[in-house]
Design a protein around this ligand. Structure first.
Ligand code: HEM
Length: 484
């Protein structure tokens, strides 16, 4: 009897599930066929939209659709997205003023929000008021002269360390420029913003070397735990949460979702530990000794409970907010800048004339004295700057500039804007000058100090578009210039 009841119940459940699914399919296609302004594009399936058509990377997919459907088409990835492929079409989407109804980048699913608790302050924040506030805070922080000088000094310091590691690995060791740059940039940015050295680059060296390892103190090793996983998985995870439908992320791929959420939480906890450590130091320290870095600027505002000035009030952040803010400054920089660095080296090495001109510029600006280096020389490196911009044009970091709109607007008749490597309009990349300066510094340090040679100069540059454009080639031999 009990068996029969169970059996009947399971049939009912099956019927309910089937009916619900059929209703969902009907609803999906009803919405699809009655959508406003239908545009050409491939036929979507329920839940996964056009994702079933993606073979290879997203760039190939969008390019194929561009060839087939022209400048204006729609893709369901997995929801409806309209693609404008002609610069003349996008002016209204990118107006640099608040009247624009395209102030938001992408709409986030709940699970994506859960993952990017960390990014939600600026880059993917879809709340206009809070976005404006945090963006201003970021712009003020990174445009500060002392921040820029200290960033430059830290780059020199970290580059010195990388030279030590490469020397120990030997001239025959293949240097994967992107892998090194990911860790180098993390070390640079965490030191500039918080004064902490987590030795992520040294850990990578220890992982590669067959010789003696560099000792890292236990508490520092523990403090940086989780960063390497975040650096390795960051782009893949963002891509995953952007495109995998939430219902599949929570069910079919739950294990993958869990892995990415854990990695993100662990990396975020590194920033919490740094803040806790600094607060402890501030409590024990004489205030005249306080370091001047981004973390202290943010924390001092937080700690000044008594005699609070109006300016400190305006940047009062909780520890959690400071942690997210730091995470955002660092992580928005690393992926894009490290890939651009690797692509730039690839392009320089494949273009003999470009390399000659670049070395000529280095000779003119620095002469024969490698110690003749200063922040002010960066502005003289015009040719290197042009090479970086050209790299960004030929191998851009982002495939699309995403804007979400809820109002009805006519988006035709627009003015031209051809360099979109850093986006445009209200949401243009606030770190673009910092990125160019960091890249210029890294390129001049590399070429001033090393002969660079591609491991595989004859095969084409390999890349993969995920959340950003990943440089899969970028493997080089480096030989110190002073070893001649
Ligand atoms: C080569 C390096 C970089 C490239 C190619 C790049 C590219 C971009 C692009 C295309 C956008 C979207 C803009 C839009 O939607 O119109 C963006 C946004 C952003 N970038 Fe960068 N970026 C780079 C480096 C950096 C650095 C170093 C920082 C750190 C300060 C940074 C911070 C941000 C932030 C916070 C946003 C979000 C802006 C907003 O939504 O208001 N980026 N970046």
């Amino acid at each position: 009897m009990a068996f029969n009841l169970d059996f009947l119940l399971s049939i009912k459940l099956f019927e309910i599930l089937t009916l619900t699914f059929l209703y969902y399919i009907f609803h999906f296609y009803f919405n699809y066929y009655t959508r406003k302004n239908p545009l050409p594009g491939p036929f979507p399936l329920p839940i996964i939209g056009n994702l079933y058509l993606i073979r290879g990377d997203l760039f190939d997919f969008i390019q194929k659709n561009h060839q087939q459907y022209g400048d204006l088409f729609e893709l369901w990835v997995p929801n409806r997205n309209i693609y404008f492929n002609n610069v003349n079409q996008i002016g209204k989407l990118t107006q640099p003023n608040t009247k624009s109804s395209f102030t938001t980048q992408m709409k986030l699913t709940k699970i994506f929000q859960e993952y990017i608790q960390t990014f939600g302050f600026i880059i993917l924040n879809d709340d206009y008021e809070s976005w404006r506030y945090y963006r201003k805070l970021l712009e003020q922080t990174i445009s500060n002269q002392s921040y820029q000088h200290s960033l430059f000094d830290v780059i020199l310091e970290c580059f010195g360390e990388i030279q030590g590691h490469w020397k120990k690995l030997g001239a025959e060791h293949v240097i994967d420029i992107r892998e090194w740059a990911l860790r180098l940039l993390f070390d640079i940015l965490i030191r500039t913003t918080t004064g902490e050295n987590l030795f992520i680059m040294t850990k990578y060296f220890n992982h590669l070397t067959a010789g003696p390892k560099v000792h890292i103190a236990k508490e520092i090793d523990e403090m940086g735990e989780g960063i390497d996983q975040q650096l390795k998985n960051g782009a893949k995870a963002l891509f995953y949460f952007q495109y995998v439908p939430e219902v599949l992320a929570r069910t079919v791929f739950w294990w993958k979702t869990k892995k990415y959420l854990q990695i993100s939480k662990k990396a975020q906890s590194v920033y919490n530990k740094i803040i806790e450590k600094r607060k402890q130091e501030i409590r024990n320290e004489d205030s005249s000794n306080r370091k001047v870095d981004v973390l202290n600027l943010l924390l001092n505002a937080n700690l000044s409970d008594e005699n609070e000035s109006p300016s400190s009030k305006s940047i009062r952040l909780s520890d959690q907010e400071i942690s997210i803010f730091l995470f955002e400054i660092i992580n928005t920089s690393i992926l894009t800048t490290s890939n651009t660095f690797a692509f730039t080296v690839e392009h320089i090495e494949r273009n003999k004339k470009v390399k000659e001109k670049l070395l000529e510029e280095l000779k003119t600006v620095f002469g024969d004295d490698k110690n003749n280096i200063s922040f002010y020389k960066l502005s003289q490196l015009k040719y290197i700057e042009a090479v970086i911009y050209e790299t960004l044009r030929v191998t851009p970091q982002t495939l699309t500039i995403i804007r979400t709109n809820n109002k009805e607007v006519d988006v035709s008749n627009i003015k031209k804007n051809s360099n979109l490597s850093f986006g445009t309009g209200l949401r243009i990349c606030p770190g673009r000058f910092q990125a160019i300066n960091m890249l210029k510094t890294l390129i001049f340090l590399l070429y001033l100090n090393y002969h660079v040679e591609l491991v595989d100069p004859h095969s084409p540059i390999k890349n993969e578009f995920t959340f950003v454009n990943i440089c899969l080639s970028g493997k080089v031999y480096v030989r110190p210039r002073n070893a001649e």
